[in-house]
Ligand binder design. Sequence first.
Ligand SMILES: Cc1cc2nc3c(=O)[nH]c(=O)nc-3n(C[C@H](O)[C@H](O)[C@H](O)COP(=O)(O)OP(=O)(O)OC[C@H]3O[C@@H](n4cnc5c(N)ncnc54)[C@H](O)[C@@H]3O)c2cc1C
Length: 433
Amino acid sequence: MSPKPHVGIIGAGLSGLRCADVLVQNGAQVTILEARDRLGGRVHQAELEGRLVDLGPNWIHGAPFSRDGEPVSEYNTGLISEAVWTTIDKAFEYSNKNKHTIPPERSLYDFFKETVKETSLSPEEEQLLLDACKLWGAYVGEPIERQSLKFFHLEECIDGNNFFVASTYKRILEYVAKAAQSDATIKLNQKVVKIDTSNDQISITTSAGETHTFDEVVVTCPLGWLKNNLSAFTPALPAPLTSAIKSISYGRLEKVFVRFPRAFWQPDTGTAKPFFAQFLEPNYVEHPAGVEWNQECMSLASLPEDCAQPTLLFYTYGPSGAHIVSRIADLDPASQEYRDTLIGFLEPFYARLPGYNALSKDCVPSAILATKWQTDELGGYGSYSNFQVGLEQGGKDIEVMRAGVAEKGLWFAGGTYLAICGTGDDDGGILEW
Ligand SMILES: Cc1cc2nc3c(=O)[nH]c(=O)nc-3n(C[C@H](O)[C@H](O)[C@H](O)COP(=O)(O)OP(=O)(O)OC[C@H]3O[C@@H](n4cnc5c(N)ncnc54)[C@H](O)[C@@H]3O)c2cc1C
């Protein structure tokens, strides 16, 4: 290895950028190869009538609507909301304690069904609690029937306070990118198609046929990309690594922003209160039998004044997320068909919010925008990793990925969730996994 090793990083998302920062600080020469024409990867914003919205990460929290679309009473909301989080906490504890003995096929939903039997809730409240627990699906991008109980404890790192980044992740990205922009070489529009570790130096080939060689390489392509591109590695990755990449799942969370002339769901006077709605097992919209169709939305009208906008942000995941993306995948976002398709999908839900009046022009969306991560090759055709039923050794799989192929100088890094942490003597960093 050269005295100042030359490290190649594939991907200029938060992981690649942060990785470049750390490596440069420790004396390496760093080159980042990024396939897109921009930095940030899944951290990305779009403009909706002059205001920025985050298409990737931001945050979530807790007024549910029942199966028949009626608002759940305030009493029940409080009761259920507390019970949901208590049950989720119990599930973390149970998963942590019994991770070695829980069968891989047992789901988080199985645990909720058993736990609910031990409460003193009425059958209606029990059902409501079970429906409300499904909000976890929007965290992991798949229904909780698919969430592995055995590896649920691995999600606990996102426990604690959640903050909604009102002004979007734009400035966080700018902050994280600063060091890489000044001290590393960043090459955009460089889609890597081949990573060859058969020689002393690692050789990387791009789709344009260019070759770059490095002493060491860090791959930060999303897990979904790795799953689809195992053949990009020569020689093939070691079997445990290949198996880890195949075993851990990749979720399907999508967001739809629906902007209105006015935030009709909140009173005209007074400070806007945070507003979050959950639509539990809706039987008032057509959907495939036996498939979960829960939706959630939060209001962006109650954000601080300079970020507030009369917009509902819907989180849609799993099969319903896949359904909506398949309907709009080929449509021009400026077209009437795009707008009609999204409105057709979401109107049954927002029409149940307080203040809705079908005859009022305040209740007709002025703009609508949906993400399509499931069609994004570089995003791994999905949103982020999760641990689904059937997984047998999730903890080990992650360790294997973290270890990479050290003897060849090939490493893997990437984010499932982002956590901002302070250590006391510095101003915090971004942690992934
Ligand atoms: C809808 C959605 C909502 C989310 N919500 C949250 C949230 O609220 N909170 C949270 O903490 N996390 C959330 N996440 C997850 C978060 O976005 C990711 O964990 C994080 O952005 C991952 O960063 P990364 O750098 O590891 O990957 P990425 O940001 O995906 O970066 C990887 C980079 O590699 C590039 N790349 C891929 N393939 C190639 C190739 N062949 N050659 C060259 N470059 C390549 C990509 O273009 C990309 O720029 C969300 C994600 C989505 C999609």
